[in-house]
Design a protein around this ligand. Structure first.
Ligand SMILES: OC[C@H]1O[C@H](O[C@H]2O[C@H](CO)[C@@H](O)[C@H](O)[C@H]2O)[C@H](O)[C@@H](O)[C@@H]1O
Length: 499
């Protein structure tokens, strides 16, 4: 559909016996369009004032602030009623107005802070003499701003942008400038913007000096000399690491493949593990402000070529392949690296780079744990991963991703969609995103496009026409307005995997 909204969910048997009338179907589609908007602040972080925070916080100062704010909010939502009972927290807010246009409405796409629902205010008969209206609003405004401040800091810290990451942020900003200057000095031919944000500072090089030197670069030669002086090779902060559990032809390898030719090919593919296995260099954990690569505790397997870091959903197929290759220890390291990311950030990042902290990728961690457990019976791994699987599930059903829809029987369903915490160009593709957005006139329209681009990248399907309302025009991305059946299946499977 033009608005990117998919057909309604499958009908139940009862509904199936009664084909919906045109009117009923129209009503159904209208309900489907009632996608709740999550405001995104100018820094690309959600403005949501919901009690559910998508990410935990390790910073005690922020955690304390968030706790205080949520206590205030909870008590605001639990005003005693006339009979002395306590009210339950309100249901998530849904759009009140129905639309008839095919496109997402202004209401859906506007960046608006959520409102405190009317029913949570104290009923007027509880008051002796009503104070002036502006005084009544003060506590509400205070609550909203307290929660907003705490939540911004929560997301801030979880997105790797807290105090401790100040240096890493400054490096990424510098590398993005290098990327844009390199495009100008070297030209668009064979230009890969990702290369520049993957550069580590060279040993002994100073970031501030590099910043100053960049300002003097104009020609191709100067740019090449600048890069050679201040930066090490992209990917040099990963060291090759022969996986100890690799065998050229493991016992029991693909027992049902009889053809000699097919076996030889499969063994060549199997041998690729040695090319793709790495370890993050110790210097990355020691000086995170000199690398965009993030430290990981175990051995890693990278996709290869320009993808010099771990990716979330690629790891699912990597793990399945490693199990075929009988490389159980390497597969376990890969799963534990992802568990570590959940522990650090509250969700599995799109990839292990500082510029991937604003989004995830299709949630397949629990399937990896299940595959590994089925192959090895390693219950210790399941125990170790379990809290992170619960945490990750909360992230995917939190307000950031949740959409409440109503079926044609008036029943509410909670589903999820992709939504990144970002509304700027993706640092790894900033020059490309900026060029695309240059077709749009206003800053607001550009920010909306950047948000939809990053959300499509969260899906791993970047960039499929499934996220576009006009399949030949990338500026019509409407990722957050699509309720993807595959994402919701993955989330369902997280629960089934646990049973
Ligand atoms: O194989 C790794 C991933 O490669 C593609 O996406 C990644 O690259 C994009 C830019 O170069 C980036 O914006 C995106 O967030 C990355 O995931 C591919 O589309 C992914 O499916 C794949 O996991």
């Amino acid at each position: 559909r033009r608005d990117g909204i998919r057909p309604p969910p499958p009908r139940t048997d009862v509904e199936a016996s009664e084909p919906p009338t045109k009117k009923k179907r129209e009503a159904q589609l209208l309900h489907m369009r009632q996608v709740r908007s999550q405001g995104i602040d100018p820094n690309g972080r959600p403005r949501s004032a919901g009690a559910l925070s998508p990410v935990p916080n390790k910073n005690p100062r922020v955690a304390r602030k968030a706790q205080t704010a949520s206590k205030i909010i909870v008590s605001a939502f639990h005003q005693p009623t006339a009979g002395g009972e306590r009210k339950s927290p309100p249901r998530p807010r849904r759009l009140a107005r129905r639309r008839t246009e095919a496109e997402p409405s202004q209401q859906d796409t506007d960046v608006t802070p959520p409102q405190i629902p009317q029913q949570n205010r104290k009923p007027s008969h509880h008051r002796m003499a009503p104070p002036p209206r502006h005084l009544l609003l003060l506590p509400v405004l205070l609550l909203v701003s307290l929660l907003r401040a705490a939540q911004m800091e929560t997301v801030h810290a979880a997105a790797g942008e807290g105090d401790r990451d100040e240096g890493a942020r400054a490096l990424l900003a510098l590398l993005q400038r290098v990327q844009s200057e390199a495009l100008r000095a070297l030209g668009p031919r064979d230009f890969d913007p990702k290369l520049y944000v993957d550069l580590p500072l060279a040993p002994g090089a100073d970031r501030a000096a590099a910043e100053a030197a960049l300002a003097t670069v104009t020609t191709r030669g100067e740019m090449e000399a600048f890069l050679a002086r201040y930066f090490a090779r992209a990917g040099s902060d990963l060291v090759e690491a022969d996986p100890p559990d690799f065998e050229a032809e493991p016992r029991g390898f693909l027992p049902r493949v009889a053809s000699g030719e097919a076996r030889a090919w499969a063994l060549q593919v199997h041998a690729l593990w040695k090319d793709l296995a790495r370890r993050v260099a110790p210097s990355v954990a020691a000086r995170p402000d000199r690398h965009t690569l993030l430290p990981l505790p175990g051995r890693v397997v990278v996709p290869g070529s320009r993808f010099r870091e771990v990716y979330y959903w690629d790891s699912y197929w990597v793990v399945r392949g490693l199990l075929v290759s009988k490389m159980y220890d390497t597969a376990k390291d890969i799963v534990l690296n992802l568990v570590y990311l959940v522990e650090e950030y509250g969700f599995v990042l799109n990839g292990a780079r500082s510029y991937y902290t604003n989004r995830s990728q299709p949630p397949l961690l629990s399937s990896m744990v299940l595959e590994l457990y089925t192959a090895t019976g390693d219950l210790g791994l399941v125990r170790r991963a379990f809290p992170s699987l619960l945490k990750e599930h909360s992230f995917w059903v939190s307000e950031l991703h949740n959409v409440e829809i109503m079926d044609n029987h008036g029943r509410l369903h909670n589903l999820s969609r992709y939504q990144a915490m970002w509304n700027k160009p993706r640092p790894e593709s900033a020059t490309i995103d900026e060029e695309l957005a240059s077709k749009l006139n206003s800053t607001a329209a550009k920010e909306k496009l950047y948000h939809q681009i990053a959300s499509a990248a969260e899906s791993g399907w970047d960039f499929s026409s499934r996220w576009m309302s006009n399949s030949t025009d990338m500026t019509t991305l409407v990722t957050t307005f699509v309720i993807p059946v595959d994402l919701n299946t993955f989330i369902c499977k997280v629960r089934w995997n646990g049973t």
